[in-house]
Structures are given as C-alpha cells and as structure tokens.
Design a protein around this ligand. Structure first.
Ligand code: FEO
Ligand code: CA
Ligand code: CA
Ligand code: CA
Length: 651
C-alpha cells in the first residue's frame, strides 16, 4: 500500500476501530430513553451542504452554568479552514510543533523535511497527543510540559509518501521510530506574562522508539518476554503509539501504548491462529504490518516464530508493548519503566483517582470496537511523607475489567488467576498469562464490550469517573445494544460516568449512568427534511459534537471534551472540523470552546497551576497549519491558549 498525506490518518483511525473481540459477553438489552432537552438553533446553507440541520447550532445562550463563562465558538465547514478558533477574549498561538528543537544540538527544522533521523531524535516528534504539566516544586511559573507523539504522517519524509509496497529504506524507518515517543520541554512564564519554552533547559528530552526502557513488574524476565536481542527479557527498545497519559501522585508521567499491534506481523498462519497474544490483538498475518512495514528493514517487528533463533526470534516482541510506561520528567537520565502489572491491551490512558487514605486506582480504556474499560488498583498506598517509598508502587496490584449492568449498577471483575474462570483449563496457566492476554481474560470474566473506550477523566473533588466511548460502526452487526452502549451503528459516541461505591477508588462495585449521547440535536432534520435517525441523535444540552475522545478535568471541575472523527466522512462532516468543548458536570450543559483546522484531531490538554494558561494539541492537520502559506508541510502542534485579560480559562 502507498499512503499519501491526505488519506493517511483516516487509514490509521480505521485500524483502531476494528472489532476482534470474539467473546459472546452479554450486553444487556435495555434501551435508555434520552429525555434531555436539546438546543436547536438554525444554521446557514444546510441544504446546499447536504448536512443535518441541527449541526450548525452555534448557540451562545445565556449561561445556566456557573462554570462556563465564555461565548460558544461556531462550527466550521470551510474545506480550507486552517486556523484554531477560540472564544472572543481568548487567543491561541502555536507553541511547539513537530520538528522543533528539543535536545541540545538539535538542528532547526527544515520545511522540506530533509532532517535525517539523528536530527529527528533531538527534535519534537509527530502527532502530539496526551499531555501533562508538571510544576517545579514551589514554583507556579515554571514547569515541564510532557507529551506523547503517537505515530507519524507521510510528510515526515521529503517525498511525502510512506510506500509499504516495497522494502522500507532503513533511514526512513529510523526517522519514523525517532518521531514516535515522548517530548519533555521546560516552560516558564516570562516577565511579559506569557509562557515560553526554555530552550537550553537540562530537562528537555526526547524519548523514542530507540530509547532503552526497563521491563518491571510480574512479567519482567519471564520467558514470554525474551527475544533474540534481549535474552534476559528485561530491556525493551522504545515505546510506540503513545496515546493518552496519566500522572502519579508522586509526580511521574504515565504514557500509554495504544495501537502497538499495527507495527507487527506474524506470517505463520498456524501459529497465528493459536497465539492469543497476537490474534486477539489483531496483529497482521499477511502482507505487511499495518503501520509502516518496519519489519522489512528492522527484523524485530517480524513476530513470526523462527525455531532456529534464540527465543524464537522476535515472536515475543509484541509482548513488550501495550503497557503503561512510567517516566520521571525531573530525572532526565532515568530509564523509562514499563509496568506490566497494569495488563496488556490497546491502552488509551491511565487516569488516577486518589483516595484520602492514599489508596488509588488508574482507569483505562481499550480503544477498539467491543473492548473493555479497566482499572488497576495498586496494592500499596501513596505515602506523601516518604517519596522514595512510592517508587515501585505500580509493580503490584489488581487489574479489573468493568461490567455495566442494565439497572445502573456495575461490577469490577478481578483479572486474577484462579478467579472468574481464569484457570489453566481456560488457557490461563498463570497470572502472567492473565496480564499478557488481558483482553481474553476480560472476555472470560464477562466484562461488557463497549463502543471503543477512549480517555477516562476523574473529577478533582468527587472522584466521579467519566469515560469517552468514541463511536462504534460495528455494533448492531455483531453485538446487540445494551444500556451502556444503546445505539446500533453508533457513529457519534457517548460519555458515560460512574461513581465507585463509597467514593472508594478500590471498590469492586459502582453505579453508572450515561452523561450524554453525542450526535445531532433532538428534533434536527436532515437536508431532505426528514427526522435525523435515532442512532445519530444525541442528548446534548448545548453545542453538538461527535466522537468524544480526549477528556480532562480542570481544577475547578469543568469537564473538557475533545473530538476525533473524519471531518470529511458522512455523517461526521455535519459537525465540521474537530473541536474541544467544555461541560458542566452538574447541569450537563456543553459549550464549544475551540475548533481546529481541517483534518486535525484535537487531543491532549494541560494547564498551568494557576489555570490561566492551557495547552492543547492539534494532531495531524491536513492543511499547512500552523503556517498558512499553502506550501509548508502541515505540522502537529501544541497551541497555547490564554485569556487576553489574563484570567482563568473558562471562568
Ligand atoms: Fe490514540 Fe484511541 O486514540
Ligand atoms: Ca485518542
Ligand atoms: Ca480516537
Ligand atoms: Ca489520533
């Protein structure tokens, strides 16, 4: 396959919505009845655009919410739209783009993409994604911004093409590997009141697919983790497809490996069929690996078993991805650590809930059609008085998968060997097998298949957990609907929220409800004048959107929602360019705060400690963003958002 820049991100999105869950876990067939009132305001040019009428609601009604105090940004339908729009009184400026210098000695980025891979190793990676701000202790105006670089786009190369139809040139593969991973950059508020990068900071660091990392936790050093190039099973080169994030109470960054299966291939059909750790995750078995065909230049991505090689060659290399990777941004010399106690799947995020007694949970989605919501509960407690005691807290604990029952209650199903059917007779010889094949373990335990679980976010005071279920164009064919996933052919997604029993992050039961169904306004009409079908109608009180993905709470308890859909594909094109919105959890009002350039997804969100600066990522724009000259390469870019009067964002 040949991929040009225009079709590339659509192809990748299609990969993370494949359904490979073979289980018959029963979703419960109770349809919710959306009764929430929706705003519907008229729009322009609906018929001409062939769009749904409700989509153009550009409302700026008087606020019912004490939390949301900004004017709604209208939807954008211009096919050439190449800006970031924020409300009146705000500004958004490009802050950190693919190719910007990070490490000492990084050359200036060249607009013809002629930088080689050693240069890329020191420059910002591609496809900025999840992001967090880590303040220096006692310093409000200085911090480290740490962000993921999820994957790469073809404009990474001068040709603008990644050609998988022939063996890949090694120097291209190395550049792609160098552009994956994480950036750490120091930022500081200047005497001008604006935030700037500190270009010569000793904390500035790139982590990539070529950075050695330590394997830790229950699987470290086991046979299932050994490869021809790492016979000890303790050291992995790199992290990839880093999507969303988490932070620990002790101030480290958690980066989550999402669609790692797209980088591997197992060409042995008989082996593939019986190897759950490959097949249940959707590795390629014919042709090339789905992303980039690295195996044609770098043998460790060929996961076919070879009996004549130590440890079967690289058959276990895919076992070394799909983890949570802990990075201490304040220790630039420290190796990142892959924490295997978290279990292995296409991990979207690791959102922390910290109880008053120091016990905690990390919530994760597994973003594929019909996959599960998980939480990991460390065995130990956070000890604020003794920071060193927290260092390896993530190496022991319990992984759970969620079952959402129709009556609004829910169960956390422990993925523990010897419980919930996780025994040798069902293919789980040990707890290591359970963690390695967490998807299959959750199948067996009876978790509820969900409409592509993306980010989770935890309310800063109530610890209420919100999960974005982005969409699912397969539900209705293979899986019946259920209370938590109520729409067949669900193209717009929903946000679900739940409360742990007693507010305890370690509880094994919870109550849940749908916070909203995304989609067209109720009562909206199609271009032909008919009613919008029920599967495309939402329950949003306020501004419409599709396909929630990124979720984050600010310190005041506003829920920020970021969208990810193909803005040229029906019916999402009826929503225009991708956007970021803000919701009041109490009133459920939703208001649109940002619209991004054509082709982009908006993802990743961080704030300065005073809430007066916000960073958000514009991922894979297709026009020449952030330059608007029509010639420059589009570049994934972090934008800095501030209020012109210097106030708190959103307030
Ligand atoms: Fe990287 Fe599921 O988003
Ligand atoms: Ca995402
Ligand atoms: Ca997504
Ligand atoms: Ca993405």
């Amino acid at each position: 396959m040949k991929h040009d820049p225009q079709d590339f991100h659509q192809r990748l999105e299609a990969h993370d919505d494949q359904s490979i869950n073979p289980s018959a876990n029963p979703p419960l067939a109770t349809l919710i009845d959306p009764t929430r009132r929706n705003l519907l305001k008229g729009g322009l040019g609906l018929a001409a655009l062939g769009l749904f009428g409700g989509s153009l609601a550009a409302c700026s009604k008087a606020s019912a919410s004490p939390l949301l105090n900004f004017t709604s940004v209208p939807l954008q339908f211009d096919p050439q739209f190449d800006q970031v729009l924020v409300p009146p009184g705000y500004r958004a400026v490009p802050f950190f783009s693919w190719g910007d210098a990070v490490e000492p000695g990084a050359p200036d980025w060249h607009p013809d993409a002629s930088d080689d891979w050693p240069a890329q190793l020191k420059q910002a990676g591609d496809n900025h994604d999840g992001m967090n701000f880590f303040p220096f202790e006692g310093e409000e105006d200085r911090g480290l911004l740490v962000m993921n670089h999820e994957y790469v786009n073809p404009p990474l190369h001068p040709s603008g093409v990644i050609d998988q139809s022939r063996p890949r040139p090694l120097d291209e593969v190395r550049k792609e590997q160098a552009a994956h991973g994480v950036s750490v950059i120091e930022v500081r508020k200047g005497s001008d009141g604006q935030w700037h990068r500190v270009m010569d900071s000793p904390y500035n660091r790139r982590i990539s697919m070529l950075t050695p990392m330590r394997l830790a936790g229950p699987l470290a050093g086991l046979e299932m983790m050994k490869t021809a190039s790492d016979p000890a099973g303790l050291t992995v080169l790199g992290t990839l497809n880093n999507c969303a994030t988490g932070v620990t109470p002790w101030g480290t960054f958690l980066t989550c490996e999402e669609n790692w299966h797209n980088y591997f291939i197992n060409r042995d059909p008989a082996d593939y069929q019986q190897r759950v750790s490959h097949k249940r995750y959707g590795l390629a078995s014919t042709g090339t690996s789905k992303n980039y065909a690295w195996e044609t230049a770098d043998p460790r991505f060929d996961a076919t078993p070879y009996a004549d090689q130590p440890h079967g060659g690289h058959v276990n290399e895919p076992h070394r991805f799909g983890w949570v990777v802990e990075i201490d941004p304040f220790d630039p010399g420290a190796q990142p650590i892959k924490r295997t106690a978290f279990g292995r799947f296409s991990r979207e995020c690791a959102a922390l809930a910290l109880g008053e007694d120091g016990r905690m949970a990390f919530y994760s989605g597994d973003d594929a059609r019909g996959e599960y919501v998980y939480k990991f509960v460390p065995s130990g407690r956070f000890d604020a008085a003794n920071p060193r005691a927290n260092r390896d807290l993530l190496d022991a604990g319990t992984l759970y998968a969620a079952r959402f029952d129709a009556d609004g209650s829910g169960q956390w199903l422990a993925l523990v060997h010897g419980h919930n059917g996780l025994s040798a007779e069902h293919g789980f010889a040990s707890q290591a097998e359970v963690l390695l094949n967490a998807r299959a373990a959750a199948d067996r335990a009876g978790a509820t298949p969900m409409d592509r679980p993306e980010w989770a976010a935890v309310h800063p005071r109530t610890r209420e957990v919100y999960v974005a279920l982005t969409n699912n164009d397969g539900r209705g064919d293979k899986q019946p609907t259920d209370a938590a996933n109520p729409r067949p052919h669900n193209l717009h997604g929903q946000i679900l929220r739940f409360n742990e029993q007693g507010g305890d992050p370690t509880a094994t039961t919870f109550t849940w409800e749908l916070f909203l169904l995304a989609g067209e306004a109720r009562g909206a009409r199609t271009a032909e004048g008919g009613p919008v079908p029920a599967n495309l109608t939402g329950t949003i009180d306020g501004d419409v959107f599709s396909s929630p993905d990124g979720l984050a709470f600010d310190a005041a308890g506003r829920l920020w929602i970021q969208t990810d859909y193909d803005d040229e594909e029906a019916p999402m094109q009826g929503m225009g360019c991708n956007m970021m919105l803000c919701a009041d959890p109490a009133t459920r009002e939703v208001r649109r705060f940002m619209v991004g350039p054509r082709g982009c997804e908006i993802t990743g969100l961080a704030w300065s400690p005073d809430g007066k600066a916000m960073w958000a990522n514009i991922q894979h724009p297709t026009l020449s963003y952030p330059a608007s000259d029509g010639h420059s390469r589009p570049r994934s870019t972090t934008v800095l958002v501030t209020r012109i009067d210097g106030g708190v964002i959103g307030s």
